[in-house]
Design a protein around this ligand. Structure first.
Ligand code: LMR
Length: 342
């Protein structure tokens, strides 16, 4: 059973450092080792399916010695709360979006939110699978977190209840964002009013008119039913949404070696699955949105796209100190993006 909101609050309140120090390491516990994996999206998404894969494979590979319990859709913890829960040891595995690490003090992860940074998946991989990706995972150590893998969700597009053909169309729109300074700056550069909301609340906020629009990879847009409350979707693919799979360091180090090896293997397989599904679902879910007929899908013309790029390029300069200029230089070298182009 997923923890109730009350239990969640209690767990977070009760699990202080002292309690944590006294908690048994997983290896010492009797019965199967339970690995709790919480996430905020639907089961039928790249992340949801990858988490299910980890659950199945860990059971197989360990012959039942370890069991992964998955809490999807924010039924375990939501957004920022989940990282705090991981640090406290109330949950063992997470895959938060890269955008959510800035709040932990690791603002360099927000580099992935920079608009139009990646032309395609190959440019992205040069970052995540190269020295920058390794360095970012290493920086999680200082927070008591082990960074295990990058998983894709996909490229994001904007939606609202009015057509979004040019930057001017965003003026005054209240746009839901993740808690990222870079995404905040991106929305402000378009003249919109960014509003941070946890992911599991977005559908209701759109339905109630608390916010007017948002941005998502298509799989999140579709599986949350946002097509029922957003009449316009513009396929800008202006930004990337991806995840870091993370574990509590103490939990990870306390796992018996063979169980840790099984988990590593399952995660390796799940990485390939998540990334393949991210590609496939981008197309299949877009087709589903089109078929549903509730949202008009607009593909920007090259001239429209250029105007978005021009409007959002200054966000790179404005955010350079927040992210770190040295790191950004390395990222631009890998992706080929030129923040100074006219
Ligand atoms: C969001 O908050 O929009 C995303 O991070 C949700 C997710 O995990 O894909």
């Amino acid at each position: 059973m997923p923890p109730s909101p009350r239990l969640r609050a209690l767990a977070l309140a009760a699990l202080g450092a002292a309690a944590l120090a006294a908690a048994p390491a997983p290896a010492a516990a009797a019965g199967p080792i339970v690995i709790r994996f919480s996430h905020v999206v639907a089961v039928d998404t790249p992340k949801g399916q990858a988490a299910e894969h980890v659950r199945r494979r860990v059971a197989e590979l360990t012959g039942g010695r370890a069991r992964v319990e998955v809490f999807p859709n924010g039924t375990g913890y939501k957004d920022q709360e989940e990282i705090q829960a991981l640090q406290l040891g109330a949950v063992d595995l997470l895959a938060p979006s890269l955008s959510k690490f800035g709040q932990l003090g690791l603002r360099e992860f927000e580099a992935f939110d920079l608009p139009f940074l990646f032309d395609d998946e190959a440019a992205l991989r040069r970052v995540t699978e190269g020295p920058v990706g390794r360095e970012l995972l290493r920086r999680l150590d200082q927070k008591g977190i082990v960074g295990l893998a990058f998983w894709d969700s996909g490229f994001k597009s904007f939606s609202a209840n009015r057509p979004l053909r040019s930057p001017e169309d965003f003026r005054g729109l209240r746009m839901r964002i993740q808690a990222s300074g870079v995404i905040d700056a991106q929305m402000r550069a378009l003249g919109a009013l960014p509003q941070v909301l946890p992911f599991p609340s977005v559908f209701q906020a759109l339905q109630a008119g608390v916010v007017d629009g948002t941005e998502n990879p298509i799989s999140n847009f579709w599986t949350q039913g946002m097509n029922r409350v957003q009449r316009h979707l513009t396929l800008t693919r202006h930004g990337y949404l991806g995840y870091v799979v993370i574990a509590n360091r103490r939990f990870w180090d306390g796992l018996p070696r063979d169980v840790r090896a099984a988990l590593e293997q399952a995660l390796g397989e799940a990485t390939a699955l998540a990334n393949r599904l991210a590609r496939e679902r981008a197309e299949a879910d877009l087709e589903a949105v089109r078929r549903a007929g509730t949202t008009e899908v607009h593909v920007p013309t090259p001239a429209e796209r250029r105007r978005f790029v021009q409007a959002l390029r200054p966000v790179h300069q404005a955010m350079a100190d927040r992210i770190g200029r040295d790191l950004l230089r390395d990222i631009y070298a890998a992706t080929g993006f030129d923040p100074t182009a006219p």
